[in-house]
Structure formats: C-alpha cells, structure tokens
Ligand binder design. Sequence first.
Ligand code: IMP
Length: 211
Amino acid sequence: MLSFDQNKLLIASHNEGKISEFRELLNFSDLCIVSSKELGLIEPIEDGNTFEANALIKAKSGCELSGLTTLSDDSGLEVDALGGDPGIYSARWAGPDKDFDYAMKEVNRLLEEKKIAEEKRTARFICALCLYRTNGDYLFFVGKVEGKIVWPPRGNYGFGYDAIFKPDDRFETFGELTSTEKHSWSREKIGLSHRARAFDKFVKFLINTEN
Ligand code: IMP
C-alpha cells in the first residue's frame, strides 16, 4: 500500500459535502484525512481548460501549501449536443447563488432551441481525481458515467444536475437514486457515479503501490 508522510492525506477542497464524501469513501483505510478548509489554505484560481487541468491546479496548490500528499477532484456534466457544455463550467452555470434549477432549465432551453430529439440528448458526468505527491509526481484517476438528459427534472436526492441525468441502463435519474446506489464504494460493490468509478481506480492504485 502507498505510504504517506505523517499518514496524512489532504483533500484539496473547501466544499463540506465533498470533504465528508471523501472521508466516508476513505473509511476503509487508517489515513488521517485533513482538508484545505480545516487548514485555512487559500483556494487557487481554476483556470484550466479540462477537468484534469483544474484538478491538477487544486492538488498542486494544496500540496505546496501544506507539505502533504494531496487529493483533489474536478467534475461536471458534458452534454454532446451543446458541444460539451456546461463541462468545466458546470458549477459556474448555476451562478453565485448556486441556482441549479436555473442551470438545469438552461440546459433544457438550449436543447429545445436546437430542437434536439430526446434520444439524441446524450451526456456524461466526468470526475477527474488528481493525487499530487510531495516529490512533485502526480497521477489522474478519471471516472465517467454515460446517460441522457431528461425533462422535466425527476427526484429529490442528490445535488447539481442530478435530477435531469438518467444513466444508461436505468429508468431512474440520479435524483431518484439513493446516495448508496449513486456514489457508495466498497470492495464488493461500486456505486454508479463518475466519482465512485474514479475513486475505485484511486483505491486500486493505493492498494497495489508501494511508496
Ligand atoms: P467542482 O466542485 O468544481 O468539481 O464542480 C462540479 C460541478 O459539477 C458541481 O457544482 C455540479 O454542478 C456538477 N456536478 C458534479 N458532479 C455532480 C453529480 O454527481 N451530480 C450533479 N451535479 C454534479
């Protein structure tokens, strides 16, 4: 198993939801999890052009400021008929008030405007995790889940764009699936989500790597 300085892993995030999800996911290990928020680290400007580039900016900054091995993530929704939008701008489409009802309506409005048929509303959630080590080495673990945009929104679980994303091979949207089905992780069963899939790759790397 990969070893860590002081047995600590920094989660480069100020988002409480994300931090607690990572803590839960890393329950199986004896790692001490700390976050940028707890350490009061400044947030870097995310001006990369890809999910990986933004994850790298966050992980590098967290590692350099804390001196700890750092894990970050960047994620979002890509809609094919919108040229991949909202993509890396998924959070920004909701504006400063984080109004995801508005952002979901905007996705639907643009699909309607372009007269995109239901079966052509293909989309995917992507999550890029970046592990940045104190020697400057870094690695990405990317998870994707393919699906379609549906309208109207369905379900009260989850967050962000969950209520308009229906993963392939399921009748329910992410908003109708429980958090266990959506993004839990155990050695026996991996949740459906992009984050659970990326996390699975990260855990396999942790377990199979010495130093
Ligand atoms: P980040 O915190 O910069 O990675 O922003 C990710 C944004 O993508 C979030 O604010 C959500 O809008 C969207 N997003 C990412 N993952 C999910 C998900 O699992 N469900 C719904 N929306 C998501």
